[in-house]
Design a binder for this molecule. Structure first.
Ligand SMILES: [Zn+2]
Length: 229
């Protein structure tokens, strides 16, 4: 099983970037969750304003448990905000809530990368389990089976990297739409822009880290396959 350690150093940049992004996100969020918006709006109220102005009154804004579990569900066509962002009236809460409405706006506009991402979700959940199983099966069976299974595993794994890649434009575009609406509707004042951007950029960084990690893992699998085939 020594292959588990082969080219292990390729995983270091992703690991460091991932930890860095998490620290950046917690520090930006913790900093701006203490700064109330001048409008006094909560995350839920800001989201409601944006959705209503976009003729999305049919999209409910609901509270959900957990920390930073905020998301837009394209199947239920509903926005879910964690308690601190739903009830909180901080720059961080309003920024995150607006970001989630950005996904609802993408859905309404039939934004192509969002559609690709939605298509990839079920395949990705299968792929995340299948690739490792095939990889081990190839190792156990060995011989001619190894190269067949490992290439199949790599093919399946690459779907996950593709998913991370498609996620990037979806996330950056949602933040762009969020900021546009916050400022256009006057929900956030000029001097509050930098805070909103800092929180949303830090959140986007975690998706960049996930892509880098996935791409390097793919490269590592390719190198293992090449060496052993
Ligand atoms: Zn998002």
């Amino acid at each position: 099983m020594y292959f588990l350690g082969e080219y292990w150093w390729l995983m270091i940049p992703g690991l460091i970037l991932g930890i860095y992004a998490q620290i950046k996100l917690s520090s930006a969020y913790n900093k701006y969750v203490r700064v109330p918006t001048r409008s006094g709006l909560t995350g839920a109220q800001a989201a409601r304003e944006i959705l209503d102005h976009a003729s999305l009154s049919n999209v409910p804004v609901e509270e959900i448990g957990g920390h930073l579990t905020d998301h837009y569900d394209p199947i239920k066509k509903a926005l879910f905000l964690s308690q601190s962002n739903f009830e909180g009236n901080s720059i961080a809460s309003v920024g995150v809530a607006a970001h989630e409405t950005g996904h609802a706006l993408q859905h309404q506009a039939a934004y192509a990368p969002l559609k690709w991402r939605m298509m990839l979700v079920p395949i990705t959940s299968f792929a995340s389990k299948a690739w490792i199983g095939l990889f081990f099966l190839g190792l156990i069976l060995g011989g001619p089976f190894f190269s067949k299974f490992i290439w199949l595993a790599i093919g399946i794994f690459s779907v996950m990297t593709l998913f991370q890649l498609v996620t990037l434009p979806v996330e950056f575009d949602a933040s762009r739409r969020a900021k546009e609406q916050l400022f256009r509707l006057g929900l956030v004042h000029n001097d509050e822009r930098a805070g909103v951007s800092e929180v949303l950029n830090a959140a986007a960084m975690t998706y960049v880290a996930a892509l880098v990690t996935s791409a390097l893992q793919l490269l590592r699998l390719l190198m293992i396959a090449r060496r052993r085939s």
